[in-house]
Design a protein around this ligand. Structure first.
Ligand code: 5CA
Length: 165
């Protein structure tokens, strides 16, 4: 999938969900949360990272899951695992691609190739505006926390890794 097709896919998914959100494209990279924050001149906490995990049940069956995590936080895999009652691992790049249709660095929260359960970091609720990848490492879109929850159908949870020390 080319860059135009990738952003078009996200635009279509947002429109289908009734969200009139403009896709913002940048010549510079928005591949990481830090880079995206710099591009849009927002706090890194306002960037929603769309992270894919693999959930492994007690029969060894694997299913992908999407966790949307504040750019300020790291996802706590042990917390996810306890919540789901299953083993959870970071998805390898090829699983990210197969499950979402997008490459790492541009994975959006909507418009995926397969239907994924979605968990949303509760810390994202504290920001008036959020920015999420729009299919490529040069594109994001802005939305409110409420819109993000609505368009993804995600469940809002505590999944941050607590700072230690
Ligand atoms: N466009 C930005 C901001 S919205 C973005 O997509 N950020 S991200 O954090 O959601 O995507 C990058 C994430 O992909 C990194 O946090 C990292 O956890 C993950 N990642 C990077 N390389 C790999 C890899 N080789 N395998 C699995 N996950 C990876």
């Amino acid at each position: 999938m080319g860059a135009q097709e990738a952003t078009a896919r996200v635009r279509t998914a947002l429109q289908a969900a009734g969200l009139e959100s403009e896709i913002l494209e940048f010549p510079e990279s928005t591949r990481t949360a830090e880079e995206a924050a710099r591009a849009v001149q927002a706090d890194v906490g306002q960037i929603g990272k769309s992270l894919v995990f693999v959930v492994i049940d007690d029969r060894g069956r694997e299913a992908p899951l999407l966790a949307i995590v504040s750019g300020r936080n790291r996802a706590d895999v042990a917390k996810l695992s306890r919540r789901l009652g299953a083993d959870v691992r970071r998805a390898p790049a090829e699983v990210v691609r197969a499950a979402t249709g997008f490459a790492i660095g541009g994975v959006p929260p909507v418009g995926h190739a397969t239907q994924l359960p979605v968990l949303i970091d509760e810390d994202l609720a504290r920001y008036p505006a959020l920015y999420l990848a729009a299919g490529t490492p040069h594109a994001v879109f802005r939305c409110t926390f409420e819109d993000l929850v609505r368009v993804t159908g995600g469940e809002v949870v505590n999944i941050r890794e607590e700072a230690t020390g």
